[in-house]
Ligand binder design. Structure first.
Ligand SMILES: Cc1ncc(COP(=O)(O)O)c(C=O)c1O
Length: 363
């Protein structure tokens, strides 16, 4: 059994993918080729937004979003503590200070009611994360941001296709950031990412930042970087994007089946906000004796993962910020209780039955 099966997905679209790769090779269209522009406009349209800029990772999408908004030394940026490190790491890379906020224990996303108490005169932005493919509660977040004049950068690395009150994630904040890391719902064959925005100036600035601050070859208006989306990855992603809705629907079906199979057990299944569409990049349950259960499942050949075993405020990398255990208790509790189960569009009903029965029998 596998946690996710990238080969099963490749086999289902092998001809289209192989053709697209060969086509790029034949055209030698490796750097800033046509596929990038075409993917950018397809993703902008998919995310119900105006502009998209292809980048070489989701982490760079977050980093360049902060840089384009001129977040710098002395600024503070509000982030959830229960997320992948990139969300806060980029803040430090820009010499600003991450301010960690606890999560809503039901959704695992940043708790909007705990944001305002963390806002100071130095706060410049909030980065809500749509964790596991579930949209964060964006209405109160946008409301707080408007009242305090803050930018909102959506970390949608795990959530392409998810919807909040009829709006696609990435179209709600000032900038949306996507990751096409291979394991994501829309995954490349290597690292890749993108920003999405309604703001032409931001899109233009990020397009230059990714390419050495340059608009015209060998003319550099400011210091940028080499953070372009690889054209081969763009060609692969263009093929895969056509299948994304179907794959997300299959993930939702698998999640519903898990929910059904876990009824009448003590497993806490994911709870979603009303009027949202969750795309289950992860199907993550909450359980007691999590580590023992994980070990037991491993012995039975069932792989699982822990997203994430240590909240960011307690990571050695952020020790200098002087948080301590007990500061953000919901995230600390989640990090002891969460367990992500196998989840991918091709996951079989037989495997889901084996997984859920094994968990029930453990208890
Ligand atoms: C929530 C979150 N933010 C940011 C990232 C960074 O994306 P990438 O791995 O493409 O740099 C990831 C990916 O793992 C993620 O899960």
């Amino acid at each position: 059994m596998k946690l996710l099966d990238l080969n099963a997905q490749y086999q289902s679209i092998k001809n289209e993918i192989d053709w697209a790769i060969q086509d790029v090779i034949k055209r030698s269209a490796f750097i800033m080729g046509d596929d990038i522009k075409k993917l950018e406009s397809a993703i902008a349209q998919y995310c119900q937004s105006k502009y998209a800029v292809g980048l070489n990772s989701g982490s760079d999408a977050l980093l360049l979003a902060l840089r384009a908004l001129d977040i710098k030394q002395g600024d503070e940026v509000i982030v959830p503590t229960f997320t992948f490190i990139s969300t806060a790491e980029v803040v430090v890379l820009e010499q600003a200070k991450p301010i960690f906020v606890d999560i809503d224990p039901k959704t695992f996303n940043i708790d909007p009611s705990k944001i305002e108490e963390k806002i100071t005169s130095k706060t410049k932005a909030i980065i809500p994360v749509h964790l596991y493919g579930q949209p964060a509660d964006m209405d109160p977040i946008m409301d707080i941001a408007a009242r305090h004049n803050l930018y909102v950068i959506e970390d949608a690395a795990q959530a392409i296709g998810a919807e909040y009150k009829g709006k696609k994630v990435c179209s709600i904040g000032h900038i949306g950031c996507l990751s096409f890391f291979p394991a994501k719902n829309l995954g490349a064959f290597g690292d890749a990412g993108m920003i999405v925005t309604e703001d032409e100036k931001i899109a233009e600035k990020i397009a230059m930042l990714r390419n050495h601050g340059s608009r015209k070859k060998y003319y550099h208006e400011f210091i940028g970087d080499s953070s372009r989306l690889d054209n081969l990855q763009a060609a692969i992603l263009r093929v895969k994007l056509k299948h994304l809705d179907k794959w997300n629907d299959l993930r939702i079906q698998k999640a519903e089946k898990y929910n059904e199979l876990f009824k009448q057990t003590e497993v806490v299944t994911p709870s979603t906000l009303p009027d949202t569409k969750t795309v289950y990049q992860q199907y993550t349950i909450r359980v007691k004796k999590r580590d023992e259960l994980q070990k037991n499942l491993k012995e039975k050949g069932i792989p699982t993962a822990i997203h994430y075993p240590l909240p960011l405020h307690l990571q050695p990398a952020f020790k200098y910020l002087k948080y301590k255990e007990g500061d953000l208790i919901e995230s600390e509790r989640a990090s002891r209780e969460v367990l992500s189960l196998p989840m991918y569009p091709e996951l079989s009903a037989d495997d889901q039955n084996i997984i859920t029965k094994s968990i029930s029998s453990f208890y």
